[in-house]
Write a protein that binds this ligand. Structure first.
Ligand SMILES: Nc1ncnc2c1ncn2[C@@H]1O[C@H](COP(=O)(O)OP(=O)(O)OP(=O)(O)O)[C@@H](O)[C@H]1O
Length: 270
């Protein structure tokens, strides 16, 4: 089994718990076909870390995220988040997810979409908490609006709020801003950082964007083409909060170059 990659965390964060994936392998069986999507993925990260996963298309990034979310189970290996298995965490409503498609219900207001996970878990929304979250994601004044009245960026903000409503201990993001224009995406990335700094939720982000990964993450995991293994773990030691000025710093560009060198050293299909 490959040795676990241990990721550094922020000094103000709790070093107890966090992510622990050990020798995680996932093989899909489709009739006579076997697809080994992920092989021997081992990683630890402290509670409160912001971890990015990048890699070529089809290398198993979403599969890792789906296993963390308990939407798929590893064929072998173990996953623990703050000492609990993903299933346990999910049953405690401890996992928030946001994907590229905001997936809002068009007939419900923004507020009713955001509080849906509470309704599913038969809990009563605390109006103060809901208002605070709507404010946190920058949607004040739009709580009663239908999703059709919102821009793409605003819908993603609502999807983020929905992911955070249960105060999850793990936030999983799969290209959440991937369908947005560059400017909106950049702006939402800064806002995501602000929310993460505010809440300190352990976050795993799957992205195709190297610069997005460097801007947001404490650590970036680069995966090899399928079967996805960890090629390299790069620590992003840029100070927080990262700002527009960060994007112009030589260190930012050095880190982007380092990541792209690992990615292109080992391109898909080679
Ligand atoms: N349910 C499934 N059944 C069979 N094969 C699957 C299933 N889900 C994923 N795969 C395969 O596993 C591999 C990894 O898929 P995954 O979606 O995790 O990759 P990815 O890195 O997220 O890709 P992309 O960047 O293109 O979104 C792919 O070859 C995919 O076809």
């Amino acid at each position: 089994m490959a040795a676990a990659q241990t990721l550094p965390g922020r000094p103000d964060k709790d070093d107890q718990g966090g992510l622990d994936l050990s020798g995680v392998t996932k093989t899909f069986h489709d009739g006579k076909q076997h697809v080994e999507a992920v092989r021997e993925f081992s990683l630890t990260a402290p509670k409160g870390a912001f971890v990015g996963i990048i890699g070529p298309s089809g290398c198993g990034k979403s599969t890792v995220l789906r296993m963390l979310a308990d939407l798929d189970t590893p064929t072998s290996g173990t996953i623990s988040v703050n000492g609990a298995a993903p299933r346990e965490l999910r049953s405690q409503h401890g996992i928030g997810v946001a994907f590229q498609d905001a997936g809002l219900l068009p007939w419900r207001s923004v507020e009713a979409n955001i509080t849906l996970p509470l309704q599913v878990s038969r809990r009563t929304p605390d109006p103060h908490d809901v208002a605070e979250l709507i404010d946190l994601v920058g949607l004040s004044g739009f709580g009663k609006s239908r999703p059709s009245r919102l821009s793409g960026g605003m819908r993603q903000r609502a999807a983020l709020a929905r992911a955070l409503i249960n105060h999850p201990s793990l936030l999983l993001l799969d290209e959440p801003f991937g369908a947005l224009d560059d400017l909106t995406r950049q702006r939402l990335n800064f806002e995501l950082q602000r929310m993460w700094l505010d809440r300190g939720t352990t976050t795993v982000l799957v992205t195709h964007s190297i610069s997005e990964a460097v801007l947001l993450c404490d650590t970036v995991v680069v995966m090899s083409p399928r079967p996805g293994t960890i090629s390299k773990v790069v620590t992003i030691d840029l100070p927080r909060p990262r700002t527009a000025a960060t994007l112009r710093e030589p260190k930012f560009h050095e880190l982007c170059d380092e990541l792209s060198a690992v990615l292109f050293e080992n391109p898909a299909g080679s």
